[in-house]
Design a binder for this molecule. Sequence first.
Ligand code: HEM
Length: 262
Amino acid sequence: MARKKPGRKDELLKLLLYPLDWLEERSGLVGGVKYFLFRKVPGDISWGHTLGSASLTAFIVQAVTGVILAMYYSPHPDTAYESIRHITDDLWAGWLVRGMHRWGASVFIILMFLHMGRVFLYGAYKFPRELNWIIGALILVMGMMEGFFGYLLPWDQTAYWATIVGVNLQATGPFVGPFLGPVLQGGYDIGPDTLARFYSLHMLVLPGAIAGLIGLHLYLVVRLGVVSPPWSPEAAGNERPGPPPAPRSGLVAPSPRGSRRR
Ligand code: HEM
C-alpha cells in the first residue's frame, strides 16, 4: 500500500517543532523540562503546594521589572532621585513597572513566609528535606536583604533616614556589629559609595545568589519529591489497601494451579 503523503498541517507542525528537536538532540533540555513539569506527585496534594511556584513567579517578576528599571536608574546621589522621578512621570508605563517592583518586593516576602508556613505545618522540613529547609531559609534572609538594600535606591528622605536607622541597628550587634556598619556604608557616612555598594548588592550579588539557590532548591524538590499533607494516610505510613484487582476478563478466569474443580 502506498504511504500517505504528509499534509500541510504535518509539515507546519514539523517546522514549528524543529527548533525544539534541534535543542533536544544537542542538550536533552526539553526532556529535562518535561520531566520537571510532568513528574509524579502524591495524589492528595492541595493548593498549599502551589506557594513555592507562586514565590518563584514573584521572584521572576522582580527580576524582569528590576532589569527594566536598571536601564534608566542612575546610582549616584546627584542623579538617583531625578532618574526615579523620570521613570515614574515621563516614561511609558514607567509608573507601572516601578509600582510592580516596589509592591512585588512585599508580595515576594509574604509568599515565601506562607510557603515556609505550609512546609512547617506539613512537617516537610524533616529528614530527608533538612538541607532544602536550610537552603530555603537562606533564600528568605537574602530576600529580606534585597528589600533593605533596594530601599535606599530612590535616594529620598525616607530612604536616607531609614537606611541610617537600619545600618545603626546592625552596628549595635555583638562582635561583628562595629565592623558591619562601615563595611555596609563603604565608610563612616552614607554617601556615593554607600549608594554604589547597595546598588551592586541589590541588582548583582543577591539576585545571582538567590537564583543559584532557587536552582538548588528545585533540584532537591524534584530529587526528593513533595510530602503529602499530615492528615493523609500515606503520610502516616498506613495507607489503606486499594480495592482488589479486577479479575481478568476473558474465557478463562486465572486461578492458582490445582485449585480448579474438574
Ligand atoms: C524564592 C523562594 C522559594 C521558592 C521559589 C521555592 C520553591 C519551591 C517549590 C516550587 C517547591 C515544591 C512545591 C511546594 O512545596 O510548594 C518547594 C518546596 C519546598 N520548599 Fe521552597 N521555595 C522558596 C522558599 C523556601 C523557604 C523560605 C523555605 C523554608 C525555609 C523553603 C523550604 C522548602 C521545603 C522544605 C520544600 C519541600 C516541601 C515538600 O517536600 O513538601 N522554601 N519550594
